[in-house]
Design a protein around this ligand. Sequence first.
Ligand code: CAA
Length: 386
Amino acid sequence: MDFTFTEEQLQIQSIAREFAQRRIAPVAAEFDQSGEFPRDNILEMGKLGLMGIEVPVEYGGAGMDSISYVLAMIEVAAADCAHSTIMSVNNTLYCNGLLQFGTEEQKHKYITPIASGEAIGAFALTEPQSGSDATAMRCRAVKQADGGFIINGKKSWITSGPVAKYILLFAMSDPAQKAKGVTAFMVDTARDGFRHGKKEPKLGIRASATCEIEFADYHARADEVVGDEGKGFKIAMGVLDAGRIGIASQACGLGRAAYEATLAYVRERKAFGQPIGAFQMTQTKIADMKCKLEAARLLTLRAAWLKQEAARTGARFSTEAACAKLTASEAAMWIAHQAVQIHGGMGYSKEMPLERYFRDAKITEIYEGTSEIQRMVIARNETGLR
Ligand code: CAA
């Protein structure tokens, strides 16, 4: 087993770190406050190859591996979670999904502008009444004589929904078949029949734009079906396996930022005549933060490595991705919580980033499958029972 990174992996990590610290970190609080979408930064990230890291160069991406993606995500998330959310959905849920399941024509048409960062991609599975129970979706796609579909319905909590050019959509084409009745489609947001709904007001990741989207007799052509008809649920689940590694990386980055801020603070801040880091109660917290962070990082890198191997072996990595996401998101939440506590009043103040880390961390335990869903996936796979 070799824990060293390649030259190429270290290079993208360093590019991402430099950009994140120079361009993102100084404006993160401002974007959090305004809730404005950081369009210029995202465009620049596209130019650096960060919006399509694993996409082959022929489709406009950086052509790098899954470990590179994790390393870059960690750096961006350490500067700002909202930026990394936009990056993660673009890279994994959108580009990776199409790379795996799209036709050659679909890859050229729908990945190239998105992987290069010129435009943004989104993924639409969740609905107002169906989140964890994804097969309970009501968005309906009715097949037409020409092989196309008419789509009607609503999707909610769509990350980058307000700004996306294209969306990978999942709709029910045969409700009687439940999971086997879901079909995936490419949606062009400029076409008639597509409309943006209400914006979601959020606790954290406020600069990542999120909204409902609505379809009213939207016509999807036959060549806009992604994968086979009725295979949409498996596509969504496979894409989410990869997506969960992105969220795990995000949680590792956020947790690291909260940990490093805390480490600096406990060395400086004095109480009762000594640095607070010298007190055993603080030291216990520091040790636990460090262990949780290391465990999260190793599980995430291992899941990314397995994902890479899966391209060759075809083996599923659902359990490992769920373990990584569960461990990393709960670590990030716990570390952010302790970081606020150790900083005391300053942790609660908007003059420091700790309260933002605390608000941002919560979403990592919710989106792309709640912690309860990750536990369900792991336990079902381990026991073979359901
Ligand atoms: N890969 C491939 N196929 C899979 C799969 C996977 N990871 N997981 C399940 N499947 C297949 C199963 O094998 C089964 O197929 P067969 O019948 O042929 O065997 C089929 O899919 C149905 O599987 P289940 O019976 O297990 O389905 P279920 O209804 O019990 O649901 C679930 C399983 C794990 C709970 C799933 O619904 C789930 O993951 N829910 C959470 C959804 C989620 O993560 N939503 C996040 C929204 S996206 C988001 O947050 C984006 C954002 O903007 C950031």
